[in-house]
Write a protein that binds this ligand. Sequence first.
Ligand SMILES: [Zn+2]
Length: 264
Amino acid sequence: MADPTFESHKDTVGVDVGIRYLAVTSASTGEPTFHEASRVRHQANHYARLRKRLQQKGTRNATRRLRRIAQRERRLKQQANHVVSKHIVTTYPHALIGLEQLTDIRDRTKRRRRRRKKHGKGTEPVSQQARKANRVYSQWSFAELHALIAYKAALCGSMAIKVDANYTSKACPKCGWTSEKNRPNKGLLFHCQNCHYELHADLVGARNITMRTLLLRQDWGKTGYLSVSPDASDKEAKAARLARYAELRWSPDASPSPKGGRGN
Ligand SMILES: [Zn+2]
């Protein structure tokens, strides 16, 4: 395969992976796509319950069934990752596909085991719903999904690169305002506390990833050098990158423009 070139990767796509949607994509032009995870999540939870019951039994027969269930579970997740990654790369051929650096994802989706009691002192376990989400979070293989996207992208004349994940879900794509409060009650709606821009919360991450990827593509065009994954060990370089990201604004044609520039 020929070396990837700037000219052969015209489109830019950001991919955000998560639990409500296995993946949300946002291209620099065109409609975003949402890859629903509810069906596989439901099945995964069913397997998890079954596994717990069998573990408690602890008989030899139960152990045998456990092994089979583990295999089925792995296949289920692999299959879902295959379907999603294939759909993404065929939707966006000859594209530069931006993914988040995974170590940061783990920080962002920090699991909560206990929460503060509403009235009075002490803590109580998190809700059943939160526990379910935790279970899938901890067991879903986002690394595998990323690897599949990267592998299949190369077969479609595309290329996957990694960008820093910091603040991708908290920064307003329109004005840059970054705050936890932009996501009231961690709900489905992103609401910027500064410019009141509203957007599906899962799309915010994808858009911010897209803009960071666009920035790297611009650098590629200018310097001939493409950064394929951020160097997290160099603190100064990382701070400089984050400062540049903070200047990014989403506009209709999605070319990143500096602060004060044209917006939508
Ligand atoms: Zn805003």
